[in-house]
Design a binder for this molecule. Structure first.
Ligand code: AMP
Ligand code: MG
Length: 351
């Protein structure tokens, strides 16, 4: 199929006529990629099982990995769920519209084709003006997983989406670079104590400030062991991954720099292409390999924003091994380390 690339002139204030065609495609059961404040999403009518099936096919995604339904206003929530818990209400009030996805018990309106067979549904109200506009004009909840081929790093620019989806979707709305660069925080609010299923820009600290105690799903900390059922089904799949084998190096700065240099030299000597993911503080101390700075330490927003683009750039440069520094687990660092650890398939070297 021919994919239409539509550039939005001013993504902060899109005109209705720029979004009408995309809304129509979604209403008619097609696929439209559009920017959100987190990453680019691949949108389809969340109430149409056939449209959901097209999303899985375009992404090459296993169909038991559920989709997030995006709504444009609080009015859109009620028909999709059977119950909104007290903590669910508090978190929605505090962080919607924004980068927080909440998991509720689903109503009969939401097909199992959208939820991967689950009796719960994940819902988010994005703040991005293009996303919000398209969803409102479509007049239906919009299932919108990240607009990448399954297993690839999530797209943060229209070009990333094009690389993965050209010919596989009806339309791409180009709203420039996204703001945050990591997927939404996911919190299960079906019980009395909320459970963090995926860290994101709404941090643990921010959640706890609103609802007090928050539990953390074990799958966030490490690989799932056999027999441990994943609460967020996406957790069982390799995710956010570049094509290269990525290794995280953890420890004090000096020791990390010299270990990364040693590992890089070994692979370079064996004839491989090597990428190094460093920081503003350390980039000058890596004499070998393709060196990229993900940002300055302490500027976590910038690191989050740059991470996936750099992993994709390493793919484009056909890097075979990546050695990466590690970051603190505080605040946004938890989400950054979660994505990096998964991209590394939990491969870590401690120095
Ligand atoms: P993506 O849209 O690519 O950011 O991924 C969506 C992720 O949301 C999935 O991989 C799941 O981990 C999670 N998710 C979606 N629906 C549910 C649900 N009903 N319960 C738990 N997790 C969900
Ligand atoms: Mg994804």
């Amino acid at each position: 199929m021919d994919t239409k690339w539509i550039r939005i002139e001013n993504p902060q204030a899109p005109k209705e006529e720029e979004l009408q065609a995309a809304a129509r495609v979604i209403r008619e059961g097609g696929l439209v990629a559009f920017p959100t404040e987190t990453v680019y999403g691949l949108g389809a009518n969340a109430l149409d099982e056939e449209a959901a099936r097209k999303i899985y096919a375009a992404k090459g995604r296993p169909s038991d990995n559920p989709l997030i339904a995006h709504i444009a206003s609080l009015k859109g929530l009620e028909p999709l769920v059977t119950d909104v818990s007290k903590v669910g209400k508090e978190l929605a009030q505090a962080f919607w519209p924004g980068p927080l996805t909440l998991v509720f018990p689903k109503s009969g309106l939401v097909p199992y084709g959208t939820t991967g067979g689950l009796d719960t549904v994940a819902i988010r109200m994005p703040s991005d003006p293009v996303a919000k506009g398209v969803i409102a004009l479509a007049g239906v909840p919009v299932a919108a997983p990240s607009a990448n081929r399954s297993g690839r790093p999530s797209p943060t620019t229209a070009r990333h989406v094009w690389q993965d989806m050209e010919g596989r979707i009806d339309m791409l709305l180009d709203g420039g670079q996204v703001g945050i660069g990591l997927e939404s925080t996911i919190v299960d609010v079906t019980g009395t104590i909320p459970v963090l299923l995926r860290p994101g820009a709404v941090t643990m600290e921010m959640l706890e400030a609103v609802v007090g105690a928050v539990e953390v799903d074990p799958a966030i900390q490490g690989p799932l062991t056999a027999g441990m059922p994943p609460k967020a089904p996406g957790m069982k799949y390799r995710h956010y991954a570049p094509k290269a084998e990525l290794t995280l190096v953890e420890g004090a700065e000096e020791a990390v720099v010299s270990k990364v240099n040693q590992l890089a030299k070994e692979k370079l000597a064996a004839g491989f292409r090597v990428g190094i993911l460093g920081t503003e503080e350390t980039r000058g101390r890596y004499p070998h390999g393709i060196v990229r700075s993900v940002g300055a330490r302490g500027q976590e927003e910038a690191i989050a924003h740059n991470l996936f683009a750099i992993l994709r750039e390493f793919d484009d440069l056909q890097v075979e091994y990546i050695f990466s520094e590690s970051f603190s687990q505080d605040h946004l660092g938890q989400a950054i380390m979660n994505r990096l650890t998964k991209a590394a398939g939990y491969r870590k070297v401690q120095v």
